[in-house]
Every structure is written in C-alpha cells, then in structure tokens.
Design a protein. Structure first.
Length: 209
C-alpha cells in the first residue's frame, strides 16, 4: 500500500528539535548568516521563512541586534522558537499566504522552505520575497538541488513528497523574479541524524537591485 506523504505542518510538528539537531550546525548555513550580518545595517528588519525552532537563523540574527520575524507552517516549531528565541517574533502561518508591505524588509532568509511546495507556488513566493525586499536588500536561500516534481521519498523517518529544482534552474528562478544573484554554493551535506542520506544542496546569495 502506498503511504500518504506527510503534510509539511504535520511533518515538522513531529520532528521538533530533532530537525534542529540534524541541520542546525551546518557550516554552509552558519557561513551564510555571517556573510549577511556583515552587510546589514544596525537593527535591520529580517524575515525568516520556514523559521523552524528559531535556531540557528533567527537566534543568530536577533543576537546581532536585528529585528527578526520568523514564519513557519508548523505550530509546534513556532512554539519551540518562541521559547528558545524570545528576542525575535514568530508567526504560525503558511508563507504562501503572508502579506507584507512592499520594500519592508532589509533581508529575507529562506533555508529549505520550498521543498513541499509545487513549483508554481515556489515561483510565486520568490516573486513576493523580491517585492518585500528594500532596494539593496538581500536574500539568502537554500534548497536541495534536485530536478524533481512530486517525488515520493523517505526522510527523517517520514514519507514525504518533494518538489525542487536543479541548482541552475533554482538560480534562474531567482533571477527571473528580478533578483541579482551574487554567488552560489553547491555542496553535499549529510544531516546529523541516524540513517540520514547525503543531500545535494545549493545556497544562493542574492539582492534586490
């Protein structure tokens, strides 16, 4: 019998801190945050899409003095984040329904929130992110760099359905929305989780011109 893929909210409610333990100390993620902090003015407004447990993204940025809004589809994750990172704000909401004023954010972080969205939704969300950024504002985005659509798999003990883009196509998606891609980093990463498989990942550093 084919297993029903776990919806994103249910999946991350179940994972909780296990996700942070598996992904929270990834060197490429830490390096991207350090790069961003070097470029932010004091007390910048930063949106963290798919904010999870609040660590490392929201915590690192809030501790650096920035005003961080985290948004996550998982209520369980939001509750953990509010406890762990009290100096940031967190909202339980699907990022696809988020409505923010144009040019209201100095930076947006989007580390892996796209993977359980259809490609059309990923494209729409990137266009919204571009509008939310102030001119000169930065986007840090990361995804699993695979050319798959609605692919069934097993991930961290759960049946999931994944949609993504190959690295070049993901970069092109950002450029098509009006962003300037400053650099990309492709790497293989193995989460710190029992039975984890190595993932091909791409980190994209971009800005709104």
């Amino acid at each position: 019998m084919t297993q029903r893929p776990t919806p994103a909210a249910e999946l991350f409610d179940a994972l909780g801190l296990e996700y942070e333990h598996a992904f929270g100390k990834a060197p490429a993620h830490q390096a991207a945050l350090a790069w961003l902090i070097e470029r932010l003015a004091p007390a910048s407004e930063v949106l963290d899409i798919g904010s999870g447990t609040g660590r490392p993204t929201a915590e690192t940025l809030a501790d650096a003095g920035h005003r961080v809004l985290g948004v996550d589809i998982s209520l369980g994750m939001v509750e953990i984040a509010r406890h762990q990172v009290p100096n940031a704000s967190f909202r339980h909401q699907d990022a696809r329904t988020l409505d923010l004023p144009e040019a209201s954010m100095d930076a947006v972080c989007a580390f892996y929130p796209f993977l359980q969205m259809p490609r059309s939704d990923q494209q729409d969300l990137v266009r919204k992110i571009t509008r939310w950024l102030r001119p000169g504002g930065h986007l840090l985005a990361a995804t699993v760099a695979l050319d798959v659509e609605g692919a069934a798999g097993r991930w961290m003990g759960h049946d999931v359905e994944v949609t993504s883009f190959a690295a070049e196509a993901f970069t092109a998606l950002l450029e098509a929305s009006g962003l300037e891609v400053l650099r990309t980093e492709e790497l293989d990463f193995t989460p710190a989780s029992e039975g984890a498989i190595t993932e091909p990942q791409v980190f994209v550093y971009a800005r709104r011109p």
